[in-house]
Ligand binder design. Structure first.
Ligand SMILES: [Zn+2]
Length: 135
């Protein structure tokens, strides 16, 4: 089923073909566009050769449409976007640390943890339903 990825702020479409397009900035102010594979669990990324993503570095991610910061205010290691799959809505979180492979796919009904590093931020998601809004 086709998945659509949306900016949680402006609800703009972030998916272009099979990629999610975001803009990113390193702590050293290196900036560029980044294509993330839209298949959850596939951590391949594409950038222009001038914008090299370095493993272990933390990036700030922005919506390329409205420029809102997508890193969470409380947990900047986690980046949040929305996903629509059929009639179902999900929040998708991933790590802002390059090379860290973890994704969390969350709906009102379920929390799915994907990737070999998923245990790292697990504690943020093992929370009672009513506290989820603080994530
Ligand atoms: Zn936006």
């Amino acid at each position: 089923m086709a998945k659509d990825y949306l900016c949680p702020i402006c609800k703009g479409q972030l998916r272009v073909k099979n990629s999610i397009l975001l803009s990113a900035k390193s702590k050293h102010n290196e900036k560029g566009l980044i294509f993330l594979n839209s298949e959850i669990g596939d951590y391949s990324i594409t950038t222009h050769p001038d914008f090299e993503i370095k493993d272990g570095e933390e990036y700030t991610f922005f919506c390329p449409i409205c420029h809102a910061t997508l890193n969470r205010e409380k947990n900047p290691q986690l980046v949040k976007i929305n996903m629509k799959e059929g009639n179902e809505d999900f929040d998708v979180y991933f790590s802002s640390l390059a090379g860290e492979k973890c994704t969390y796919k969350i709906s009102d009904k379920s929390i799915e943890q994907i990737g070999p590093d998923a245990i790292r931020y697990k504690q943020y998601f093992d929370v009672p339903e009513e506290d989820k809004k603080y994530l």
